[in-house]
Each structure stands twice: as structure tokens, then as C-alpha cells.
Write a protein that binds this ligand. Structure first.
Ligand code: FAD
Length: 638
């Protein structure tokens, strides 16, 4: 029989990536007893894999940069589907969060003047990404963990116990949020009472009693066949939120990063950082043509170079040249690569060529891109200083996620908060590279504050989880191990990934998505009977069996929203509705839990405040907004 241990906290943070750590640090700094729960080893999260950098308008490399320019770029990148308040807070606060990280010990690369260096990235008008070579995420996590340890040392000195106020539960998976009827909602909704999970090492159960939970569980990429995401990213936080009564927004918007490895098969999908293009790398077809010049859409034409000469001139003289089209937002580049391959101009293994070797001296490549150099040499036997890389699109990031209040991260269910990739709104229909790492810091901190304020307002009256809910959660965790018959979790996982890759992938059509929904409904039933063999101790088959229901639920959310949105925008491309529509821009799709699968509702998108609309000229606004939304023309005589 498994043992059950109970823990009580003010705030439980689920996830130990950048968002989770920053949220936990804030909650602890506000004096709240805080737990950090992480499915993987402490320090192993997507954040640690981030390569290129964190976007913040510090203006260190080009003094023209400031928060309004960052705001404008982010909204353009998201094709005006972003939550404007989140974009505003992010652009304003990202510089403070980066400087805070430096104060806590992060060693960013420097400019010649000794300031934090910033690099170019797709969609950013100025060099904006604070970075540490191509290992920025590692430095971010190292610094945040160091801050956690610093706080624990202070607690050891004050309370005699380093875990007194802030404790890490690594290799612990949360499977259920515990809720109780909310007395303020007349019984209609629930409020958070804690979380239930299991220890991956022993298989034992854990109950966290807490009035506030912050979801910081990252993305959903493992539901797709080709992905840059690692094993943990099964959409757990998205599914936990849905089951607790929260809503997900924008789930149709899934980012396919243009450059993942395509060869050999064992490494397909592993990311090739955008820094390669930011530092001068170019994309070529099988005949050596720089094809991106053919794919600059009308909305971006005025901002991108028309000739190779102008594009190359931009690296040294950005005032007098426009940006290379290789640095268009990711959705545009991914679709272009997809089309080149489809037209028969791809590389031998179904990608295109990414060439940095002919663009920079070998020593400069190994200095700027040490991880990429190592990755290709070790995994593909390719020397990127001498030959081009073969690359193709890979499922990378989900723009959709838990609906949150921009200022506090509150997720609709009292006591529930969300931040980082699991939350929605900030990135609209397409995230700009570098904007995730800064998002984690800005909204991680805000959700930590939001949760701490919520707990303070309770005045010590904490709800206690109901015993029958604990029994139900425990039975659900043990069920796959107790079945005599049932399907193999690995085979089911393979099928889910194939359905999402083939029918709800980078280019979608209504009939294919309908087929996907039919197959996912069947998979939902089959997953309910999945069986895991073996014992409780470190049993990955059992762990996967428990993740599958989350993957199916979240995949249904993606497919339902993708079928509903009859336009193409950002990370959602319909070949039966190839145009972007100003009418659809006004609609946000909200997914909630229904008896069978998920339900969908249309919600109005938050309006852009007038003073921020003024950052764009009328011609550009006219490409996105309906006639009624357009600001009044300024009286030229006034
Ligand atoms: P993560 O860092 O993904 O952490 C999620 C945490 O939740 C983990 O600790 C995990 O164990 C835990 N968890 C999940 N489910 C459960 C559960 N059920 N119970 C308990 N714990 C759970 N963005 C940029 O801005 N710049 C870049 O240069 C960049 N490069 C990238 C490179 C790669 C290869 C990848 C994959 C992504 C990159 N991104 C980049 C995106 C960015 O890294 C992620 O979006 C971001 O790190 C997500 O952070 P997070 O804190 O939301 O979640």
C-alpha cells in the first residue's frame, strides 16, 4: 500500500521553471509559506533549455529601444490577438526583471562598454535579447535557484530549518487540484483547497493543503510527433485548470518553430536556436537560393529588405537598411519552409538548409553559438562552421493557456493562479522569440504577489480538502496499476501524437480537424482503460499512463478551437480559410470542461487603449482592425 504524506502551505507552486521559481520567490518574499512542486529534477525544466535570450527594452545596443517599441513589436508578432494589458506590463517591466536577475547574480554577456549585451531576434525591431551565449535559460535557472537557496539560508538562520518557509518537492507530479464549494459564489463554483500528487521515486501519495495554487507547468508539445519539448510537457497544468473549473483561451494557436533538427531520426525536432539567424544565418533551398524573400507577407513588406544586399547591410547599418526576411516572425518562416519542402526544393531529409558557415568566421560561430556547434557535432556529425544544417519546423510553444487576470495571474477559480507558458494572452496568435523568458519573470512575480495577497485576504481561514476528494484522487492515480487488462500507454501516446501531427499540425483543414476530433474522442475512452505493468517505484510506463488523459483533453481543446476559427493567423493556418479576418480578430475562443470532452464559447477580445493604438499608423491598423474599431482620423487642420 502506498503511504500518504500531508503538507500544509500558504501557497503551492506547481512547476520549477522560470515562472514557477520567480512566483515562489515572490510568495516567500511576501512572507508566505511556499512549496515548489516539480515533476522533474529540480533545475530540469524547459527554461533551462532556452538558448537565445530574454527580450527586454534595455536600449543597451540601440538607444532607440524603449517599452513602447517592444509593445508594438509584440503586438505585431501576435497579429493583434494579444491581451494588450499583458503586453504593456511585460514591455514596461521586463527591463527591471532582467536587472533584478543580474543583481541576484546572473552573468549576462556584455557590450564593449560593459553593459548587458543584446542580440537580434525575429520580429524585434532592435537588438533586444539579453543573453549568455546560447545558454541563457541555464543562467536564468541557476540564478533563480541560487536565490531560492539564499532565502532558505536566511530561513535556516531565523527558524533553524531551511525548509521552514520555502521547500522544494522535486520528482513529484500533481495529478489533481482539490477544490471546495466557494461560500462567496452561492455554491456555483469551487475554490482551491490544495493539490494531490505522487512521488515518482517511491510511488507514494502526497496531499498539499493550501488555499492558493500557482500553475507554472509549461507547455503541451509532447502531444505532437515532432517537437522541441521534453517528456514533462504533457499539458498537465492546462488540464488541471480545466478540471478545476478554469477556462483556456487561444488554444488553436500553437507555435511551430521554423528550425528544428530533421536528421538523424532519433533527434528530429530538437531546437536549432533562432540566434543562428539573428547572428547572420540564412535559409537556402536545395539549389542554394535564399527563398525567404519570396515569403514576406503584405502586412510586413514595408519593414523587410527586398534584396540580399539590403538584408546583409542591415547587420552593420540598421539605420539605412531593412531587416532580412529570415527574421520574420516564426509563423511566417515555418510556413515558408513547409512550402519549400512541399514544392520539392527541400534537403535530402525533408528540411531546408540553414547556413551560418559561409556567413561568419569559424571562431566567431563557436564563440557565439557554442551549444549549436556541440549539438550538431555530437548528434548529427555536422560541423556547422564548415557546412549548412538541415532544419524544418518543430512544435515548440503553445500561445493558448489558462485565462488569467493580467495584473495578478488570477485564473477565475478563487485561489488559482497561472503564469508562464501555461497562461494565455501575452503572446496573442504567435510568440516572438525571447518574449517567453521575460514573460516568466514579469508574470511569475505578479502571480506570486497575486497569490500572496489572496492568502492575506483570507485572514487565516483556510479551506480543508474533502476526504472523499482525496480518496477519489488516490484511486485515479492507482487505477492503471490495478487493472488486469488495458492498453499499453506507449502505444496510446504514439497514436495521440500522430493524430495531432497529421491532422492538427502546421497546416490545418476543417475536414482533417473533424477527423482528429473523432479519433480523439475514441482515444479518450481507450485512455480511460490504460494499463501500466510493473511496480510503484520509478515506473515511467505508469507515469505516462497518468499523463495521457491530460494530453487527450488538451488536444481536444486545441482541435475544437482550431475547427472553430475560420481564418489563418499566427500559429493557426487553415488551408480552407487562408486569409486573416478582422472579424475573427475580435473573437477569443474560450474552452471549458464539459461532461464529454470540452465546450467552446466566443468571447470579445480586450480592446486596445487609444493611446497605444497611436503607436501604429492607420495603414497598418487597417490590416488588422474592423472599420468600427479604427480610431477616428486626426483632423489635419487641428
Ligand atoms: P517550464 O520551464 O517548461 O517548467 C515547467 C515546470 O513544470 C517543470 O518544472 C515541470 O517539471 C513542471 N511540471 C509540469 N507538469 C507538472 C505536474 N503535473 N506536476 C508537477 N510539476 C509539473 N524562450 C525564450 O524566451 N527564449 C529562448 O531563447 C527560448 N529557447 C527555447 C529553447 C528550447 C529548446 C525550448 C523547448 C524552449 C525555448 N523557449 C525560449 C521557450 C521557453 O523556454 C519556455 O516557454 C519557458 O521556459 C517555459 O517556462 P515555464 O516556467 O512556463 O515552464
Amino acid at each position: 500500500m502506498p503511504e500518504t504524506t500531508r503538507h500544509s502551505y500558504d501557497v503551492v507552486v506547481i512547476g520549477a521553471g522560470g515562472a514557477g521559481l520567480r512566483a515562489a520567490i515572490e510568495a516567500r518574499q511576501q512572507g508566505k509559506r511556499t512549496a515548489i512542486v516539480s515533476k522533474s529534477l529540480f533545475g530540469k525544466a524547459h527554461t533551462v533549455m532556452a538558448e537565445g535570450g530574454a527580450a527586454a527594452a534595455l536600449g543597451n545596443v540601440n538607444a532607440g529601444d524603449e517599452w513602447r517599441v517592444h509593445f508594438r513589436d509584440t503586438l505585431r508578432g501576435g497579429k493583434f490577438m494579444n491581451n494588450p494589458r499583458m503586453v504593456e506590463l511585460h514591455a514596461q517591466e521586463a527591463p527591471q526583471r532582467i536587472l533584478e536577475l543580474e543583481y541576484w547574480g546572473a552573468l549576462f554577456d556584455r557590450t564593449e562598454q560593459g553593459r548587458i549585451s543584446q542580440r537580434n531576434f525575429g520580429g524585434h525591431e532592435y537588438p533586444r535579447l539579453a543573453h549568455v551565449g546560447d545558454r541563457t535559460g541555464l543562467e536564468m535557472i541557476r540564478t533563480l535557484q541560487q536565490r531560492v537557496v539564499q532565502l532558505q539560508q536566511a530561513d535556516a538562520a531565523e527558524h533553524g530549518d531551511p525548509d521552514a518557509m520555502l521547500r522544494v518537492f522535486a520528482e513529484t507530479t500533481v495529478t489533481e487540484l482539490l477544490t471546495l464549494p466557494d461560500p462567496t459564489s452561492g455554491g456555483a463554483g469551487g475554490r482551491i483547497a490544495g493539490a494531490f500528487g505522487y512521488d515518482r521515486e517511491t510511488g507514494d501519495h502526497l496531499v498539499f493543503e493550501a488555499p492558493a495554487v500557482i500553475l507554472a507547468t509549461g507547455g503541451i508539445g509532447r502531444s505532437f510527433q515532432v517537437t522541441s519539448n521534453s517528456w514533462e510537457y504533457t499539458g498537465d497544468g492546462h488540464a488541471l485548470a480545466l478540471r478545476a473549473g478554469a477556462e483556456l483561451l487561444n488554444m488553436e494557436f500553437v507555435q511551430f518553430h521554423p528550425t528544428g533538427m530533421v536528421w538523424p531520426p532519433s533527434v528530429t525536432g530538437i531546437l536549432v536556436t533562432e540566434s543562428v539567424r539573428g547572428d547572420g544565418g540564412v535559409l537556402r533551398d536545395s539549389e542554394g537560393r535564399r527563398f525567404m524573400f519570396d515569403y514576406v507577407p503584405a502586412v510586413f513588406r514595408s519593414q523587410y529588405a527586398e534584396t540580399e544586399r539590403e538584408a546583409d547591410g542591415w547587420y552593420s547599418d540598421p539605420e539605412n537598411n531593412r531587416r532580412p526576411p529570415e527574421l520574420l516572425p516564426r509563423d511566417e518562416v515555418a510556413r515558408a519552409i513547409n512550402n519549400e519542402v512541399k514544392q520539392g526544393r527541400g534537403s535530402p531529409h525533408g528540411g531546408v538548409y540553414l547556413d551560418i558557415a559561409s556567413r561568419l568566421p569559424a571562431e566567431e560561430i563557436t564563440r557565439r553559438l557554442p551549444s549549436m556547434h556541440h549539438q550538431f557535432r555530437e548528434l548529427a556529425d555536422v560541423d556547422i562552421t564548415a557546412e549548412p544544417m538541415e532544419v524544418g519546423p518543430t512544435c515548440h510553444y503553445v500561445m493558448g493557456g489558462v485565462a488569467v487576470d493580467a495584473d495578478t495571474g488570477a485564473a477565475g477559480v478563487p485561489g488559482l493562479f497561472a503564469a508562464g507558458e501555461v497562461a494565455s494572452g501575452m503572446h496573442g496568435s504567435n510568440r516572438l522569440g525571447g518574449n517567453s523568458l521575460s514573460d516568466l519573470l514579469v508574470f511569475g512575480r505578479r502571480s506570486g504577489l497575486g497569490a500572496a495577497d489572496y492568502v492575506t485576504a483570507l485572514g487565516g481561514e483556510y479551506p480543508s480538502p474533502a476526504p472523499e476528494d482525496l480518496e477519489r484522487a488516490a484511486a485515479a492515480v492507482d487505477a492503471p496499476l490495478e487493472r488486469d487488462r488495458g492498453e499499453d500507454p506507449y502505444a496510446l501516446h504514439h497514436e495521440i501524437r500522430a493524430v495531432m501531427h497529421e491532422l492538427v499540425g502546421i497546416i490545418r483543414s476543417g475536414s482533417e480537424i473533424e477527423r482528429a476530433l473523432g479519433e480523439l474522442a475514441q482515444l479518450r475512452e481507450r485512455v480511460a482503460d490504460v494499463r501500466a505493468t510493473g511496480g510503484r517505484v520509478y515506473n515511467p510506463g505508469w507515469h505516462l499512463a497518468l499523463d495521457l488523459a491530460n494530453m487527450v483533453l488538451v488536444s481536444e481543446a486545441v482541435a475544437r478551437a482550431a475547427l472553430e476559427r475560420e481564418e489563418s493567423r499566427g500559429g493557426h493556418t487553415r488551408d480552407d480559410f487562408p486569409e486573416m479576418s478582422a472579424l475573427w480578430r475580435r473573437v477569443t475562443l474560450a474552452v471549458s470542461r464539459a461532461d464529454e470532452g470540452v465546450a467552446l464559447e466566443h468571447r470579445p477580445l480586450e480592446e486596445l487603449p487609444g493611446e497605444l493604438l497611436e503607436l501604429f499608423d492607420r495603414e497598418e491598423l487597417g490590416k488588422y482592425l474592423t472599420a468600427e474599431e479604427m480610431p477616428p482620423e486626426k483632423d489635419s487642420a487641428a
